[in-house]
Write a protein of this length. Structure first.
Length: 261
């Protein structure tokens, strides 16, 4: 099977900085990691390859420093890596990002499965995976917690819900977004680290994936961040003491006074 994994390099949550002029994340010079949910996508892809044969290719879009994340993915078991790197991609929202990644995947050629983490920890939108599926015009199965079977050109999975799970079946090729319940990511092996160090990362520009200028980067992003700010600090609350009946009356009164109910 030919499996493609979409990953994202995200800022460490303790190191997030914002460009006040563009209202976008400053990524250069910031400590970054592979988006944690994408580690589960990489692991699941490697497990599928181990069971069915084939190859795993990771793809990501971003500045030059994303190469480090791609090499880490190879150390975790991926076979190849593709880096979409071009200043024209800068400032992309989820729509423009999905479009660019879909163009990159189309350039890779035939594939059976595309796997992404359910969402990125910096944006938390869970939109890019489904957006890629739309761009590729393939079925999507989201919030997958278990792959039950892959056979005869079809895949059957368990999709996590708030109440439990659904069992869904789709035709290949299709796209999955996975949750952390699906597996336990492995640590990189020494052999994997050596392979990652020597690996040649394929780098494609916007022109090489034949992306339309008006659909990428800030110009191709229909959503814009108009203003960004830190929330005000929370004020100290009040601890109520007394008999349950009295406390209930006082709590309701307080909620009504603050127009919460």
């Amino acid at each position: 099977m030919k499996i493609i994994v979409g990953i994202k390099q995200v800022p460490d949550t303790t190191e997030v900085r914002i460009n006040p002029e563009t209202n976008t994340l400053i990524r250069e010079g910031v400590e970054s990691i592979i988006n944690p949910f994408d580690l589960y996508a990489i692991e699941e892809a490697v497990r599928i390859r181990e069971g069915h044969g084939g190859e795993v290719t990771v793809i990501s879009m971003g500045p030059p420093q994303v190469e480090a994340a791609l090499r880490e993915a190879i150390s975790l078991g991926a076979d190849n890596a593709v880096h979409l790197c071009d200043r024209a991609f800068a400032g992309a929202d989820t729509w423009a990002t999905s479009y660019a990644l879909a163009r990159g995947i189309r350039k890779l050629g035939d594939y059976d499965l595309v796997i992404c983490g359910k969402q990125a920890i910096d944006g938390d939108t869970a939109q890019v995976g489904p957006g890629i599926a739309v761009g590729l015009d393939i079925p999507q199965l989201t919030y997958v917690r278990k792959i039950e079977e892959i056979a005869d050109g079809k895949i059957r999975v368990q999709r996590m819900t708030e109440e439990g799970h659904q069992v869904l079946e789709g035709e290949l090729p299709c796209l999955l977004t996975v949750v952390k319940e699906i597996n336990e990511p492995r640590l990189p092996s020494l052999k994997g680290k050596m392979k990652a160090k020597k690996a040649e990362i394929t780098v494609w520009t916007a022109g090489e994936i034949e992306a339309e200028d008006e659909l990428i980067g800030l110009d191709g992003s229909p959503t814009q961040v108009v203003k960004i700010f830190s929330p005000p600090p929370r004020e100290g609350g009040e601890i109520l003491h007394g008999e349950p009946e009295d406390l209930a009356d006082r709590l309701v009164t307080a909620l009504e006074e603050n127009k919460i109910i």
